[in-house]
Write a protein that binds this ligand. Sequence first.
Ligand SMILES: [Mg+2]
Length: 175
Amino acid sequence: MSKSIQLLVLDVDGVLTDGRLLMVENAGLIKAFHVLDGGAIRLWRESGRDVAILTARRSPAVAQRANELGIEHVLQGFDDKLSGYERLCRELGASDESICYVGDDFLDLRPMQRCGYPVAVASAAPEVKRVAAYVTGRSGGAGAVREVVQHLLSRAGQWNDLVDKYRLAPIAGKG
Ligand SMILES: [Mg+2]
């Protein structure tokens, strides 16, 4: 099942962040992203797979974070997440079965019901957890996306090999 997952679609608020919107007078919203999620997203891309961001809000911080992580597919301002999801399918030529969608709230229900592997974060609404094939142990903004990536790549038998690339070469004679 997850061996065939090729596209990871991520909600932002409540998934890549803890869902709090820090509003600063006369300035934009402040969003806090978790560094562990960033590392895992890089690993996911290094495995030759795609990642996309799909969010109802619009924020320069999201564009900036996506740019840092090399995420090319960023759809902001999509209240109707199903239409955003369908647009990603069209543009990337992805089938429902090949998509894992990670969400936390009602807006995510439709694409979650459509995709091959719906995931809810620990902090998601109960109704969202109910339609999920997998619920993370970590909450949004606290490394939940890293957990999803590890889960999918482990099932595909690739996680250890991908992480091994970051280790020093083994020393002869040492286990
Ligand atoms: Mg959300």
